[in-house]
Structure formats: C-alpha cells, structure tokens
Design a protein. Structure first.
Length: 240
C-alpha cells in the first residue's frame, strides 16, 4: 500500500500510511561515463555535476530518514530503461532523475579557458522540471514536480525559460509555468517508470556564472533542501 493519499484515509491508518508513504526515493544520476552529457563552460562533464548533486541530495534525504536508492552512480548505466527498472526492483516509490542543463547548439559561443577551447552561452540560467504524460502516475509526478519547483523558487532560484521548443523544433508544453514544469512525454526514464517520475535540470552549466554557483557546496545544499521540501509536500518523503 505504498502510495499517495492514504495518509488522509483515517486516524486508524495513519501509522501504516506514514510508513508506506515513506517509500524509497530513487535518485538517478543522469548520463554515464562513456557518454557523460553536456560539457560545461569550464570543461566539466554533466555527469560529474549530476553525480555530485545526487550524492548531496541522497545524504540530505537520508538525514531525514527517507530511504534512498542511487541509480547509475557508478557511471555504468548505458541502458535508460534499466534505470527505472532497477529502481522499482529495489522498491522505489518515486523516481527522480538528476541532470544539468545546456542550450541549443546555435546559442553556444567558443571561448578559451586554461588553454582549452570550450563553449559557453550567455542569457540562459535557472532550473526546470519535466514530467511525461506517458507515465501512468502523471498526476502524482506533476504534483511533486510543482512542489519541488515551488520550493526551489522559495530558495531564490530562477526558472529556466528556454525549454518551450526542443532542439528538433517540437513544442514542449508547460505543465506548470510558474514553477518551471514542462511536459516531455518521450523522456525514456520518465515514460518507462511505473512509479511517479520527475526529471530535474538543476541549472545551466554552459552559463559561466551559473556554473560557478552550481559547483558550490552552498548551491547543492540549497537545491537538496528544496527537493526534500518538495517531496515532503507532495507526500513522498515523510519524516518518521
Ligand atoms: Zn542531461
């Protein structure tokens, strides 16, 4: 009886519901070592950023007694479908994929830093969240994405506004504009999960200013705190 809503069923069920609702949260480290995702303005792979933030978030949730399962943290997971499968086999009741954002090719500009030819983009910053309408638990996914987005905003972070159209020109409709939540139906980890699933782009690592912030312990802690608050609010992470 892991799931949402059961807390409200009645006093007699409160204890069991709280235990059941505090199911394992799967934290998915986006990308893998062989194909590590975007390269940041300062030449760091997205996988490294995802890995670092996932570790901070896992520790934060665990410190509140929320069971956590890291997925893909060894950098080995090439098969996207295996990620939710592994999470669910481990008893996860919620799937959160951690990513860091880039921008379309045409917005990237060459620059040199420390002798390396790299690329960066000005004018793009902030977090965004994605849910898939092909996930069977869309309402819960969306509620949690909105709650996380609201908590990130309360923490002072800005919503990224550059995701309205994909690089292929496909529109990505907004699920919750104020809180930075978009529909991205074909994201494999979201649509193949059978538990509620959300993807977080924590910030834009090709923006030189935002990358410096994203690399800081303070920003990671602030993001982890906000995700915890969001998950508590949507009923996923309930303190024992
Ligand atoms: Zn990514």
């Amino acid at each position: 009886m892991r799931g949402w809503g059961s807390v409200a069923v009645g006093m007699g069920l409160t204890f069991f519901s709280a235990v059941a609702a505090a199911g394992t949260v799967a934290i998915d480290v986006g990308h893998y070592l062989e194909r590590p995702g975007a390269i940041s303005a300062y030449g760091v792979t997205e996988f490294e950023y995802n890995h670092a933030l996932a570790a901070v978030l896992a520790a934060r949730l665990a410190s509140e007694g929320v069971p956590v399962r890291l997925i893909g943290h060894r950098g080995e997971m090439a098969d996207l479908r295996a990620r939710p499968r592994e999470a669910e086999a481990a008893g996860a009741g919620f799937f959160l994929s951690i990513h860091h954002d880039s921008v379309k090719e045409e917005h990237l500009r060459p620059w040199n830093w420390n002798g390396r030819a790299l690329r960066h983009a000005e004018g793009f910053a902030g977090f965004s969240l994605f849910v898939s309408r092909l996930n069977p638990r869309l309402d819960e996914s969306r509620a949690c994405a909105s709650a996380i987005g609201a908590a990130l905003r309360r923490a002072g972070l800005a919503v990224a506004t550059h995701h309205g159209v994909s690089s292929a020109g496909v529109e990505r409709p907004l699920a919750d504009e104020a809180n930075g939540v978009y529909f991205y139906d074909n994201l494999v980890v979201l649509k193949t999960a059978t538990v509620p699933a959300v993807l977080l782009e924590a910030g834009v690592i090709v923006n030189r200013d935002e990358e410096r912030d994203l690399a800081s312990a303070a920003r990671r802690a602030l993001t982890a705190d906000a995700v915890l608050q969001g998950l508590q609010q949507c009923g996923v992470a309930i303190a024992p």
